[in-house]
Design a protein around this ligand. Structure first.
Ligand code: HEM
Length: 266
C-alpha cells in the first residue's frame, strides 16, 4: 500500500532550515557574519571539489580518462569562484576584523579537515596535519583514509605506465602516505608526453588539467596571503603559526612537481 507522495519543497530539499541556522556569531559585530559565511561557502565548495576529484580518480584508475576531464574542469571553475571570494572578504578592514577576532580563540584554517583532505587527494601528503583533528572524530577518519590512499598524481602516474611509459617500480609502488619525492624518471616520462602530443594525447590533456588545478590552488593561496597581510599584517595566526610568513611558504607546495619542472626542458 503506497501512502501519499512526499511533498518536496524548496526549503526541505535544500535543508535550508539547517543551513540558515548554522551561523553563530560570537559577538554582535556586523562583519562577523560575512567572516562566517565566507568560511562556510568555502567548506561547501570543498565538499563538491572533493566529490569531483574522487570521481576523477576512479575514472583515471579505470582507464576512462576522458570522463575525468569534465570533473577536473569543473574543479578548476569552482577554484576560480573560491579565489574571487577573497575580494568580498577584503572589504573587511583591520579594525572590523579585530573587533571580533578575540572570539575566534585558537580556531584556525589549520583545522579545516576538508582543505587538508583535498591536499592529500592531490598528493600533498603531510601526516603532521592529522594532529589538528580530534581523536575518534569523523574528520580524523576521513583525513586518515585520504592520507593512506594513492593520490590523483599517483593515479596519473599509473596511467602513464599503462601507456607504456617507463616509470621506476619505486615510484609506482611508493609508500603513498609519505610526501611525494620528485624524480627525474617521472620528468623524463612527462617529457616524452609533451614531445609527442598526438601519440600521448590523452596524457597530454590530463597533464594540462592537472596544471590547471595546481595553478588555481596556488592562486587561491596567493590571494589568501595578500588578504591576510591586508587585514592582520605580520601578526601571528590564531592557529599559532607565524601568520603571513607561514602562508608564503605554502606557495612553494606543488601537487604535480614534474609537470612544472619539465617545462624548462621543452
Ligand atoms: C581575516 C581573514 C583571515 C586571516 C587573518 C587568516 C589567517 C590565516 C593564518 C595566519 C593561517 C595560518 C595558520 C594559523 O596560524 O592560524 C591561516 C590558515 C588557513 N586559512 Fe586563513 N585567514 C583568514 C581567512 C580565511 C578564509 C576566509 C579561509 C577560507 C575561505 C581561510 C582558510 C585557511 C586555510 C585552509 C588555512 C590552512 C592553510 C595551509 O596550511 O596551507 N582563511 N589563515
Amino acid at each position: 500500500m503506497s501512502g501519499a507522495p512526499e511533498r518536496v519543497t524548496y526549503a526541505g530539499y535544500l535543508g535550508l532550515d539547517e543551513l540558515l541556522s548554522a551561523q553563530h556569531p560570537r559577538t554582535d559585530r556586523h562583519d562577523e557574519l560575512l567572516f562566517i559565511i565566507i568560511h562556510q561557502t568555502k567548506e561547501l565548495w570543498l565538499r563538491e571539489v572533493i566529490h569531483e576529484v574522487r570521481l576523477a580518480k576512479r575514472l583515471i584508475r579505470a582507464g576512462e580518462v576522458e570522463g575525468a576531464y569534465k570533473a577536473l574542469a569543473r574543479v578548476s571553475r569552482i577554484q576560480s569562484i573560491m579565489t574571487q571570494s577573497w575580494d568580498v572578504l577584503a572589504t573587511m578592514t583591520p579594525a572590523d576584523y579585530l573587533s571580533f577576532r578575540g572570539g575566534l580563540g585558537t580556531s584556525s584554517g589549520f583545522q579545516s579537515w576538508q582543505f587538508r583532505t583535498l591536499e592529500y587527494l592531490l598528493g600533498l601528503k603531510d601526516a603532521a596535519f592529522l594532529s589538528f583533528q580530534d581523536e575518534g572524530s569523523h574528520a580524523l577518519a576521513e583525513l586518515q583514509s585520504a592520507l593512506e590512499a594513492p593520490s590523483l598524481y599517483d593515479d596519473a602516474l599509473c596511467r602513464m605506465a599503462a601507456h607504456g611509459l617507463h616509470l621506476p617500480a619505486e615510484v609506482l609502488a611508493r609508500d603513498v602516505t609519505q610526501p611525494y619525492e620528485p624524480s627525474t624518471a617521472v620528468e623524463d616520462a612527462w617529457l616524452a608526453v609533451y614531445s609527442d602530443t598526438p601519440r600521448y594525447w590523452e596524457l597530454y590533456q590530463l597533464a594540462e588539467k592537472l596544471v590547471d588545478l595546481d595553478d588555481a590552488l596556488l592562486t587561491w593561496r596567493h590571494k589568501h596571503v595578500l588578504t591576510v597581510e591586508r587585514i592582520i599584517g605580520g601578526k601571528r595566526g590564531t592557529g599559532g603559526s607565524d601568520g603571513a610568513s607561514y602562508l608564503k611558504r605554502t606557495l612553494e607546495r606543488r601537487c604535480f612537481p614534474e609537470l612544472w619542472s619539465v617545462r624548462a626542458r621543452l
